[in-house]
Design a protein around this ligand. Structure first.
Ligand SMILES: [Zn+2]
Length: 333
């Protein structure tokens, strides 16, 4: 009986290992990305849609359009706090519609493979470790800088199984209320909404700025790209908004560096386009607030996979399990 069980187990692993692809999914506050990814990390096919509609229905259609028989599994990285064991999204401050949805159970009903779920920034960290800027580091923190700030931690070469809700570290004791339930969170001061709010309230108060002429006179439509563009042209208000949010980001860096002393902080997300003012200011602020000996060994660098880090890392969730099984098979003989 035992012999029979062992051979069935080994056959199952061989079947798993013969499947060449995984589907990697990135569910963000703005976009849904679904891709077919090979065992060596190559993107074979990818599709993108906005996350405005019903996220589950859109994903079901998108996966259906690229699914094939030699898919070993599906990995999802999703913006928010996830219960990996149950497969449920517990909280998603920037994408409330997915809260309470059991993606694992629902997708496993439709597709005959195992589905894995992870936080989106953690999946991106795994992607960078596997195929990107994180390959050369054993310990690093990845931050996604956009509407919010997400975090993923690679520790001793592996994805750390921790919440890593770095955007929700408290940095202002009497700060504004955050959708997460806390107040004074880092992402309220160091991400894109903070930049826009600062600029708009100054314009409303009559501050002189080239930004007033932007967006056909409707400065409520300003984007962070506009702010960076005008800052580079020498506009003071735009420059100050970037430096001020950068300063708060630097406080976040300093807290990470003093606690974890990682080899690197890898940055991704729309805001890294404003690197020369916003990120530079953050690095300056972090250098002032950290132990010198720790700060000197930290590299603060951009991601090399950009928007693909999440889909690649989500696919890696699947392959990590199949590779683990292959090792088990080797041992079992
Ligand atoms: Zn918060």
């Amino acid at each position: 009986m035992l012999k029979f069980l062992k051979s069935s187990f080994l056959n199952l692993i061989s079947l798993f290992m013969s499947k060449k692809y995984a589907i990697g999914i990135d569910v963000g506050g703005t976009n849904l990305r679904v891709a077919l990814i090979s065992r060596n990390g190559e993107i074979v096919e990818k599709i993108k849609e906005t996350s405005m509609g019903n996220v589950l229905e859109s994903l079901q259609k998108m996966i259906g359009s690229i699914y094939r028989d030699d898919v070993a599994g599906i990995g999802i990285g999703i913006a928010g706090l996830v219960d990996k064991e149950r497969g449920v999204v517990l909280l998603s401050p920037n994408l409330h519609s997915v809260e309470g949805v059991n993606f694992v159970e629902l997708l496993q009903k439709q597709f005959p493979v195992t589905v894995f779920i992870e936080n989106d920034a953690s999946a991106a960290a795994l992607g960078e470790k596997w195929m990107g800027a994180g390959r050369e580091f054993n310990d690093f923190v990845l931050l996604t800088l956009g509407t919010g700030i997400g975090g993923g931690i690679i520790y001793e070469g592996r994805l750390a199984d921790v919440a890593a809700e770095i955007g929700h570290m408290s940095i202002n004791a009497d700060g504004e209320r955050c959708p997460c339930g806390n107040s004074g969170c880092l992402e309220l001061y160091a991400a894109s909404n903070a930049m826009k709010t600062k600029v708009i309230s100054a314009l409303e108060k009559g501050t002189e700025s080239l930004l007033r002429e932007c967006c056909e006179g409707n400065y409520y439509k300003l984007t962070t790209e506009d702010i960076y563009k005008f800052a580079l042209e020498g506009d003071n208000l735009a420059r100050e908004a970037l430096k001020d949010t950068g300063r708060y980001l630097g406080i976040g860096f300093a807290n990470i560096i003093n606690i974890l002393s990682p080899e690197a902080i890898i940055l991704t997300g729309g805001l890294i386009g404003a690197w020369n003012i916003y990120v530079q200011e953050a690095i300056k602020e972090a250098s002032r607030r950290t132990f010198k000996a720790i700060f000197e060994r930290v590299k603060i660098i951009p991601s090399s996979l950009g928007n693909d880090a999440g889909i690649i890392g989500s696919a890696r969730l699947v392959f990590s399990v199949t590779d683990g099984l292959a090792k088990a098979k080797e041992i079992a003989g």
